[in-house]
Design a protein around this ligand. Sequence first.
Ligand code: ADP
Ligand code: ZN
Ligand code: ZN
Length: 742
Amino acid sequence: MFADVIVDIQHEKLDKIFQYRIPASMEDRLEPGMEVLVPFGKGNRQIKGYVTGISETCDYDLSKVKEIIEIPERGMEIEAKLVALAAWMKANYGGTMIQSLKTVLPIKQKENAKVKKRLRLLLDEETGKRQLHYYLEKNQKARARLMAALLDDHLLEYELVTKKLNITMPVIRALEEQGVLAVETEQVFRTPVKQTEQKAQQITYTPEQQNVIECFRQDYTEGLRKTYLIHGVTGSGKTEVYMEMIRTVVDQGKQAIVLIPEIALTYQTVMRFYRRFGNRVAIMNSRLSAGERYDQMMRAKAGQVDVMIGPRSALFTPFPDLGLIVIDEEHEPTYKSEQTPRYHARETAIRRAETEGASVVLGSATPSMEAMYRAKRGEYVLFEMKNRSRMQQMAEVYTVDMREELKNGNRSILSIKLKELMEDRLEKGEQIMLFLNRRGYSGFISCRECGHVVKCPHCDVSLSVHRDGKMRCHYCGYEQPKITVCPECGSRYIGEFRAGTQQIEDMVRETFPQARVLRMDMDTTRQKDAHEKILSAFANEEADVLVGTQMIVKGHDFPNVTLVGVLAADMSLYTGDYRSGERTFQLLTQAAGRAGRGERPGEAVIQTYDPSHYAIETAAKQDYKAFYEEEIRYRELMGYPPAEQLLAVFVSGEDEALLEKGCHYLREYILRVIRHLSGAGSIKGGSPDVQTDRTGAYAAGVIGPASPGIDKIKDVYRRVIYVKAERYDILVGIKDRVEKYI
Ligand code: ADP
Ligand code: ZN
Ligand code: ZN
């Protein structure tokens, strides 16, 4: 047996794995993630390494393969635990071990933490003075100068010594060798947010909050580690509950990770944690430099912080004694990585918590189908928080059928009801949010005569029109001047399909010239901090109306917003994804939840062309339960997750015909694998324990090759093949074979 070993990760670059022979005595003990001592290099220096995989074959010259020396006795170090997690991720999500390791381990960047050096006098006053005389006698001016300074101040900043006293390195080294002084270093870690001394204000928890906090505390102190799902309406006080749970864990000397989607990781949110936990909190976000992120990880490892807050990647914070992982807005799609390994933070968090003895708390106003399904099956403890913390009413929601509007002669994007309510709010000086349920940006150009849509020549997406009169592709950056004649039929009736946020902004300004309007979308948030600036301007009531895409519905607390308008609510229903109903429900519910978070009650208007669709109907009633029941029936009927498991195999290539052919072969191969596995009786490959065996059958099926939504990006054609199975381990088995096949 042979082990793949990654060697001394702190010093070597993460790009090579070595194979070592496993001595017979270790064969049944050795597991991926374990720390080992191995001989390395020409001199067979003994160094530390981590086992990343075990195999029966060796890829190198057998006579040159060395043997593992030993497994050190001490407990698993944090790196070893993370390496084990990486091995699990590789097994379940595919890709290479290096890709997983790079995702999981903090990687040292060239830009190191600033090292602050100091010189400390090691001699007593008497001896020091004698030494000073000696230097003066010998006419060693620099040494004398340094000695005199050290006698004045026994601890000197290195900078001061070299710059102000003009002392060079060799002089310092000479005195160090003579035992006169010691050079001390202290890592100075960059902290991106200034700490505050503000005290947390006392609040009285609602009975619902109290119940969750108490149940958790009782479990935790009894040593029970579970996964909890908090289904709490927007504003029910979930964040306060998380903080109290973290307090429980931190009081036991353990640490906590809080995952928050980047978009909701606002100054407001971060400050709440700072007020509670002071400088024992570290923040991770994409605006930090690689060096700053590394520093944050090292602060965590060194025990300088108790709480790490950040998006998906913060999950891999190397805390020495992890006690709790909180995932806020658990349903957010950003918790799924779009890069290999395509892990989901929820499943990976549960795995990490299991191996490190931590608890997991998932929270959402609109839990994902997966989380609710498992909670209902008893895999998670479910808590419901049905009331807002300060007993504010949930918003009153009106649904407007836009087809009726058209019949009544209203061609505007704003319905009559929405206009009326907007006028009312503007009069009262209350704020309005208009949310366009569309991924798109500004409008696209289409021909009114033949229906032709102008697309990017390199990507299968429509070009967007911008104010500067150009048409741009948002995938590859291609641009061309706006056209006035249809390239297909020559018609001059070609123009913008007016449905972008920019058009809504224009429309609002036109209809309500007195209103101050802000817009937040991809275009207005390109600059660093733009996002934060728009939100704080709106929070400071510098504008009456905020127009935006999905970005504006996430977790912000604007107490003066009493009206939310959802335009084109059904846009997200027809994305061709089995999750489109779920996404629509989530977006609409979250959007309605933005209204009336302060003293005054709120209202929301949902404009739709499909008011009887269950996702829209249940969202309008803010009835999660009804939505869940309907949606789970659909998933079960169709065999979609979470009822069954799905594996997506993405295939891409520049030659379209070759791609079709390749997909065909791959499909046949997968079918053969399924047949083989069905007959084999047992399937190898790790199971993430997310789905227990219900039927014992090895049923699996192939769908596609199908369109992944966009058929071409940057001249590369794309297809996807889906494999459906009841059991996750079957899909893992298929994935392993497909990876080898390619
Ligand atoms: P959620 O995370 O569920 O949306 P938050 O924890 O952000 O809810 O709470 C919403 C608002 O209510 C916040 O401003 C919070 O400080 C406040 N809040 C939470 N719990 C209470 C409480 N028990 N009493 C008073 N205010 C509360
Ligand atoms: Zn045309
Ligand atoms: Zn393009």
